[in-house]
Design a protein around this ligand. Sequence first.
Ligand code: IDP
Ligand code: MG
Length: 141
Amino acid sequence: MTTLERSLVLVKPDGFKRGLSGEVLRRIEAKGYRLVALRILTPTREMLDAHYAEHAQKPFFPELVGFMASGPVTAIVIEGDQCIAGFRSLAGATDPTKALPGTIRGDLGRDWGMGSTENVVHGSDSPESAAREIGIWFPSL
Ligand code: IDP
Ligand code: MG
């Protein structure tokens, strides 16, 4: 028996701009996870400070928030048994240069020589993060 989970997935501004939202949704659905909610929005500074609170003291934080606020993102809540780890597997490693082929970041991402790591997607990393992040992006859920 495993636990039914929800995870917060973002198609980041690089992925949105490149028209990859559909491809990310396709991979989520092909894997068998259910789409629970979806919206397109340009995140506010307040949302990003909350979303990336664990990284507030990191040297890359200003570039990360600047990148994430640079345009629309597709925010998605997915559902399925073990979908948190399952989507992290689909996404691949944080660094798109090292992410394995077959993963979203490995297949669709690359280093663009920018200060921020543009890596197409975000996925929650634990049930606690998922609950917190879903509250930020989908207050009505
Ligand atoms: P994750 O997205 O794979 O969970 P985290 O370590 O939580 O990776 O970092 C959050 C985001 O911050 C990454 O997806 C990436 O966009 C950015 N990031 C992480 N590490 C670095 C770095 O060393 N330099 C620049 N950006 C980074
Ligand atoms: Mg993370």
